[in-house]
Design a protein around this ligand. Structure first.
Ligand code: FDP
Length: 281
């Protein structure tokens, strides 16, 4: 087993456990995260599970989480950045949530160009995990069931786009963005649930665009570079899709701090180009 295998393995094992016990933590409150958002018990619980597992690996030198103010030093090795329970506000209504992990070969802050692997777990009607790695040409998907990880397939984004999921209220988005959103929603089926991993999974399966733009409430966008935008861009680009913050690949965004945010668009190349054209005109 090489070093990346050991990270993948640790995430698989922890995700199994999270999947089985999520309900116990779905409706409990907690504090606020470093970005000032309400945490629920499951956010803090999942963070501590992933921390215990990942920080004990020899190849992990730093652990950073959306739920923690600072990077935790664990020795020498990769910096792991994680959103332990992405979309956790969907738990109370029993909708899908996920986990996102980026493995950076650099100290944080770092851009997505320093990523050597990224993983996305989807806790849906069944639990799957997609893995993109520098040492592999394919994005491998696993089915996590009964304590075992079964190869489930590889993915490439379909050429034809069918779905679109864009966050934010019309009243809080820019005029140029609303014009584009209207055009896209005229041609494509709406798919927006409010959990990035679950919404992105629709795009990866059916082709299309997921986006969280700048809004009046989130002038820099809502999603965080290290924990969400860059790892997901790494995965989507490895699967033949594209990403942008409006002007450049999300992998080129230089985060100004550990919890820096960015407008986030992921999906088919052609739609990514349309976003860039619409937002720079
Ligand atoms: P959540 O706050 O439930 O954790 O970044 C977190 C996130 O969910 C994303 O998973 C999701 O796409 C987005 O926020 C949802 O935000 P809105 O409720 O504003 O749509």
């Amino acid at each position: 087993m090489n070093e990346l295998d050991s990270v993948v393995n640790a995430v698989q094992q922890t995700a199994h456990y999270v999947n089985m016990h999520l309900a116990d933590h779905a409706r409990t409150g907690a504090g606020t995260n470093p970005s000032g958002e309400d945490q629920i018990g499951a956010d803090v619980w999942a963070d501590s599970l992933f921390f215990d597992k990942l920080s004990s690996l020899d190849c992990v030198g730093a652990y950073a989480s959306e739920e923690r103010e600072d990077v935790v030093d664990c020795g020498d090795g990769y910096s792991v950045a994680i959103d332990p329970l992405d979309g956790s506000s969907n738990l109370a209504s029993n909708n899908s949530v996920g986990t996102i992990i980026g493995v950076y070969d650099a100290d944080l802050p770092a851009s997505g160009r320093e990523l050597v692997a990224s993983m996305m777990v989807l806790y849906g009607p069944y639990t799957t995990m997609a893995v993109a790695r520098d040492d592999s040409d394919t994005v491998q998907e696993f089915l996590l069931r009964d304590g075992f990880s079964e190869r489930w397939g590889t993915f490439r984004i379909p050429e034809e786009a069918m779905v679109v999921g864009l966050a934010g209220k019309d009243s809080e988005r820019s005029e140029e963005f609303n014009t584009l959103a209207k055009e896209l929603e005229h041609d494509l089926k709406l798919r927006y649930g409010g959990a990035t991993v679950a919404d992105l999974a629709q795009v990866l399966e059916y082709g299309g665009l997921f986006g969280y733009p700048k809004t009046a409430v989130y002038p820099e966008g809502k999603l965080r570079v290290h924990f969400e935008a860059a790892p997901l861009a790494y995965l989507v680009e490895a699967g033949g899709g594209g990403s942008t913050d409006g002007t450049q690949s999300l992998l080129d965004v230089e985060p100004t701090g550990l919890h820096a945010r960015t407008p986030t668009f992921l999906g088919n190349e052609e739609l990514i180009e349309r976003v860039e054209t619409a937002l720079t005109e």
